[in-house]
Ligand binder design. Structure first.
Ligand SMILES: NC(=O)c1ccc[n+]([C@@H]2O[C@H](COP(=O)([O-])OP(=O)(O)OC[C@H]3O[C@@H](n4cnc5c(N)ncnc54)[C@H](OP(=O)(O)O)[C@@H]3O)[C@@H](O)[C@H]2O)c1
Length: 324
C-alpha cells in the first residue's frame, strides 16, 4: 500500500486527508513513478477551493498537485521511452500529492519528461509550472535578445523563472516585487521595483518596456502593462482568474511540449528556483496554507520520503545563482 492525500469535497485545506491506496499497476503504455519531490502551486488551492471546477473538472475524491519528480519503478507493455530506474518529471493533469502514480509514458501525452541530471529532485519537481509557464509567456510576447521585459510579480515562482529565462534569452528585465525580494532579483540580473501605490511613477524613469508578463493578477496588470507596453500582443497575464476584470492583457496560451522546450532553452546554463519551504507529504495542508499566504520568494515542495520529525531546512537566503 502507499499514501495519497485526497479530498472528498471542495473547500479549505481542512478537507485534505491521507489515505492508504494500492501501489498502482501500470496499464499498457503507462509507467509507475515513485515521487521523490512534489511541487506546490497556487492552482492547488484554487482547485481545492472549487474556483476552477468548470475549467478543470475533478472526480471526487480528488487529488491535488500538477508537478512532481520521481523515479520509474514499473513499466507497462509497449513502453520504450522509459525504463525502471529512470528519473522523470511528471506534469500536467492534477494528482501528484501521492507516493506512487501510474502515468502515460508517450511523448504525445506530454505528462512525463526525462529529468536532466543537473537538477536535484526538488529542483526538477518545481520546474514544470513555474519555468514552463514562464517559457510559454515569453514565447507568446515574442521576447527577443536586447529587448526590455517588465515582469509583474517577479519574486514568485513564475516570476523568478520568467526573469531567469528572459536573461538567458538576452533580454533586460524590470521586475516588480516587495522590497524584501529586491536583493534576490538584483542577483538574478533584474532591476527590481516595488509594487503598490505610485508604481507607474517608479517605472516611468526606467523607460518603456518592449513586452510584459503579469504573474501577480488582481486589478493592476491592465493599467501597468497597457500604459507601459505597446502593442497589446506584447503583453500577457498568466494569473487570470475566473471573475477577474477582462482587460487589455491577453491570457496565457501554453505552447505544446512546454517543459521539454524550456529545458532546451536552459541547457547547462545557470537556472534555479529557490525552494523556500519543505514539508512531508503528510503535511500537505500546512504547505498549502503557507503557499496561500504568499510572500515566500520561492517554491514549496512536499517530500514523500520525509516524516514530520525530519528537520526540513529552508533554502539558503542567498537564493539562486544569477543567469549569465
Ligand atoms: N496560467 C497558468 O498556466 C498558470 C501557471 C502558473 C501560475 N499561474 C498563476 O499565476 C499566478 C502566480 O503564480 P506563482 O506560482 O508565481 O505565485 P507566487 O509564487 O505566489 O507569486 C506571486 C507574486 O505576486 C506578487 N504579489 C503579491 N501581491 C501583489 C500585489 N498586490 N501587487 C503586485 N504583485 C503582488 C508577489 O510578490 P512578493 O512576494 O514580493 O510580495 C509574487 O512575486 C497565480 O495566480 C497562479 O495561479 C497560472
Amino acid at each position: 500500500m502507499s499514501t495519497a492525500v485526497l479530498f472528498d469535497a471542495y473547500g479549505t485545506s481542512d478537507e485534505l486527508y491521507g489515505a492508504e491506496v494500492p501501489v498502482p499497476v501500470p496499464a499498457s503504455g503507462e509507467v509507475v513513478v515513485r515521487y521523490t519531490a512534489i511541487g506546490v502551486n497556487p492552482i492547488d488551492w484554487k482547485l481545492l477551493g472549487g474556483d476552477l471546477r468548470d475549467l478543470v473538472p475533478m472526480d471526487l475524491p480528488g487529488c491535488l498537485g500538477v508537478e512532481a519528480a520521481g523515479v520509474v519503478v514499473d513499466v507497462g507493455a509497449g513502453v520504450r521511452r522509459f525504463q525502471v530506474g529512470n528519473a522523470v518529471i511528471r506534469h500536467g493533469r492534477p494528482g501528484t500529492y501521492r507516493q506512487y502514480d501510474a502515468v502515460p509514458a508517450a511523448q504525445e501525452a506530454d505528462e512525463l519528461t526525462a529529468q536532466p541530471g543537473r537538477f536535484s529532485a526538488e529542483q526538477a519537481a518545481v520546474l514544470p509550472v513555474a519555468a514552463g509557464t514562464a517559457y510559454s509567456a515569453l514565447v507568446q510576447v515574442g521576447l527577443r535578445a536586447g529587448e526590455r521585459l517588465l515582469v509583474r510579480g517577479a519574486s514568485g515562482g513564475v516570476g523568478l523563472a520568467a526573469v531567469q529565462l528572459a536573461r538567458l534569452m538576452g533580454a533586460e528585465v524590470i521586475g516588480t516585487a516587495s522590497a524584501r525580494h529586491h536583493r534576490l532579483l538584483r542577483r538574478l540580473g533584474a532591476t527590481p521595483v516595488a509594487y503598490g501605490d505610485g508604481l507607474l511613477d517608479r517605472l516611468a524613469p526606467l523607460g518603456p518596456s518592449d513586452a510584459s508578463v503579469d504573474c501577480a493578477g488582481g486589478p493592476q496588470p491592465t493599467e501597468t502593462a497597457a500604459e507601459l507596453v505597446q502593442p497589446r500582443v506584447r503583453r500577457v497575464t498568466v494569473a487570470w482568474e475566473p471573475g477577474a476584470r477582462a482587460g487589455d492583457v491577453p491570457h496565457l496560451e501554453h505552447v505544446p511540449l512546454e517543459l521539454a522546450s524550456t529545458l532546451d532553452l536552459i541547457g547547462h546554463r545557470p537556472f534555479e528556483l529557490p525552494v523556500a519551504a519543505r514539508f512531508p507529504l503528510s503535511q500537505a495542508a500546512e504547505a498549502l496554507d503557507l503557499g496561500r499566504k504568499g510572500g515566500l520568494g520561492g517554491k514549496i515542495v512536499l517530500l514523500p520520503g520525509a516524516t514530520p520529525t525530519d528537520r526540513l531546512h529552508p533554502t539558503s537566503p542567498e537564493g539562486p545563482r544569477p543567469a549569465s
